[in-house]
Design a protein around this ligand. Structure first.
Ligand SMILES: [Zn+2]
Length: 112
């Protein structure tokens, strides 16, 4: 039997995240329908830690990172790509982060 794994999805309108289980043989979708608002819940991968719904600053930061192509994918730098860059804690730090690691951003064209 294939090992299941969890992917985190988050709706940036509701400030809510939820997990879905997939088999390793399956590719997880980039988007799901948000169970709260019926809008788009984006795939934030396996490393996403959801802030509290009320923590608007943290959600602002996530929106900012997301819109610049950072979906909590691991960013590996250094010799042999051994070093994983930690994600920023604040919106201010996120601005520097986005600038510094823009080459690692996921190229993403939103649906029209
Ligand atoms: Zn929603």
């Amino acid at each position: 039997m294939a090992t299941p794994y969890n992917m985190a999805f988050a709706c940036l309108s509701c400030c809510k995240s939820f997990k879905r289980e997939f088999d390793l043989s399956q590719e997880s979708p980039k988007e799901l329908v948000c169970p709260e608002c019926g809008g788009v819940a984006h795939n934030f991968g396996r490393h996403f830690k959801s802030p509290k719904k009320t923590d608007t600053k943290q959600w602002q930061k996530i929106r900012y990172l997301f819109s610049h192509g950072f979906r909590f994918q691991k960013i590996r730098i250094g010799p042999g790509h051994h070093d994983v860059v930690p994600y920023p804690d604040t919106l201010e730090a996120a601005r520097e982060f986005v600038e510094k690691y823009k080459d690692y951003a996921i190229k993403y064209s939103p649906r029209t």
